[in-house]
Design a protein around this ligand. Structure first.
Ligand SMILES: Cc1ncc(COP(=O)(O)O)c(C=O)c1O
Length: 495
């Protein structure tokens, strides 16, 4: 980078990097026999890789060393860079390093939530209950069920244009009912199904008012909107722990991230033990480090992944999250307006983005068509990659679809589902990232119009396979012609 490029910030930097992601120009052959650009609308599952971050990580690899080594040059460089990565995350999310620490764990949010559920349980051994909402991803539900004795699921707010965000009055009722027993509340900042944004600082105030801690699942918020641990005017509105995934923050291959209050972590022995987190080990005892993050990172960490993620975060921060959010809102507005204008489309959750703000995701169905068929046609004919089914959020999807499903199937039992029911019980999700464009939205909308117009034709061209998915009867792609590890190894070795 030249010095003039170095100083690019804000929108100018966004314009420069928004097309610099790996996979934006990936081409596939469609069922029409044409090769076209894949339109990636599955960023909520995993976002594409920001190329400059990958380049920084590749450059770092010239100096790679284990951060537990000490006295050679590479050890110094690696240790300094890895330390910087932690500090960078903390400042990105407004976490005072005196109060909070950041540590990397696992490959995403799931590992961090499991870890912090055990920490919060052990910090308050006399409390046996966690509160979550029914809009959570399974990764912010099952860990609490496993590690806590009781888990209460707060309903969503169905009023106000069928909003589908967490009901604060019902959360308060649950906190009052569980007074003295609720160790913590764990809530997603943004739904991975509807993209609906929860008021995490209001939730923190409520949790703290009743003596509970607050953990926030930031998997869908950190890359899309300003997400802060601190509330400048109100200490009660601060968050006790935040967890997010590097692979959803434009850095696939990077670890999961936990930011948590040091005093909670210091109150108990770290959940994971091994090399790197101890001062002294004798045969009959060991002494755990008090220094963060070492204490929480047993074993050799994913150093290159953390460095790539820190590079991404540096770039996101130079753009500024408010700027980035504003730009993504334009794409969300266009998608929402376009979807609402098609009468055959059912959008789930409140559709007035002023009353019901969302980030990144919109889930919908095409009336009279199964979600799997719509997703398959989008892929096969239009080269548009979306996710379908229940997005690891069964209770929330059930809440939004139960009326429709009951009309078709009578009383429904999500625990005992026929293949036909499964083909109906689900949605199609279009999700966006900072590289998503208004052109991508137009392509999605015109593809959906085509699908609606030609529903009968498409229905005839597909059959349901053994996995209960829609498979085209004649268009068969051998994706191994496109990529295999072996072929790629051969290609690089023969250069
Ligand atoms: C809201 C939310 N929480 C948790 C997770 C789990 O994240 P990971 O798969 O990175 O562990 C996801 C993944 O989609 C998610 O969307």
């Amino acid at each position: 980078m030249g010095s003039s490029e170095k100083s690019l910030t804000g929108k100018a930097l966004l314009e420069k990097i928004r097309s610099d992601f790996m996979g934006l120009d990936t081409m596939y052959l469609t069922a029409r026999g044409e090769s076209s650009r894949r339109v990636y609308l599955d960023s909520t599952a995993s976002s594409l890789l920001l190329r400059p971050a990958a380049s920084v990580a590749a450059e770092f690899m010239n100096h790679y060393s284990n951060t537990h080594s000490k006295l050679h040059h590479s050890a110094h460089i690696s240790t300094t860079a890895y330390h910087w990565a932690h500090q960078r995350v903390l400042s990105f999310i407004g976490a005072d390093p005196e109060i909070y620490t950041c540590f990397f764990t696992g490959s995403g949010t799931t590992g961090g939530i499991n870890r912090m559920a055990r920490v919060f349980r052990d910090v308050h051994p006399h409390k046996d209950t966690a509160i979550v909402s029914i809009m959570e991803h399974h990764s912010n539900d099952l860990p609490h069920r496993k590690h806590m004795k009781n888990v209460y699921h707060v309903p969503v707010e169905g009023l106000n244009e069928n909003k589908m965000c967490i009901s604060l009055p019902k959360l308060e009722q649950a906190l009052i009912k569980g007074a003295g027993r609720v160790a913590y509340v764990s809530i997603t900042a943004v739904s991975n199904v509807t993209g609906i944004i929860n008021p995490i600082h209001d939730i923190a105030r409520l949790a703290h008012k009743y003596g509970a801690l607050l953990m926030v699942d930031g998997a869908q918020s950190v890359a899309h909107l300003p997400t802060k641990m601190f509330h400048p005017d109100d200490p009660a509105a601060c968050i006790d722990a935040l967890v997010f995934s590097g692979h959803k923050t434009y850095t696939p291959g990077s670890p999961g991230v936990v930011v948590a209050r040091k005093d909670h972590l210091l109150a108990i022995e770290p959940e994971e033990v091994g090399g790197g987190m101890v001062e002294r080990v004798l045969e009959d005892r060991y002494q755990v480090k008090t220094a963060f993050p070492d204490r929480e990172e047993a074993g050799t960490p994913n150093i290159p992944g953390a460095i790539a993620l820190a590079a991404t975060i540096e770039i996101l921060d130079r753009i500024g999250m408010p700027t980035l959010m504003e730009e993504e809102e334009k794409v969300m507005q266009a998608a929402m307006q376009g979807l609402k204008a098609i009468p055959e489309i059912i959008v789930y959750g409140g559709t007035n983005l002023d009353l019901c703000p969302r980030a990144a995701s919109i889930s919908f169905n095409v009336s009279g068509m199964d979600h799997g068929l719509v997703a398959a046609v989008l892929n096969d004919y239009h080269n548009i990659a979306v996710r379908n089914q229940c997005f690891c959020a069964h209770p929330y999807v059930k809440e939004m679809m139960s009326e429709d499903l009951e009309a078709q199937f009578g009383i429904i039992d999500f625990g005992n589902m026929s293949p036909e029911f499964m083909r109906k019980a689900g949605m199609v999700r279009a999700s966006f990232g900072l590289y998503s464009t208004l052109e991508d939205v137009d392509l999605l909308l015109s593809a959906l119009k085509d699908i609606i117009q030609n529903a009968e034709v498409y229905n005839r061209e597909y059959e349901v396979n053994a996995e209960n998915d829609y498979a085209h009867k004649s268009y068969k792609v051998n994706n191994e012609d496109v990529f295999t590890i072996m072929a790629a190894v051969d290609r690089y070795l023969s250069k």
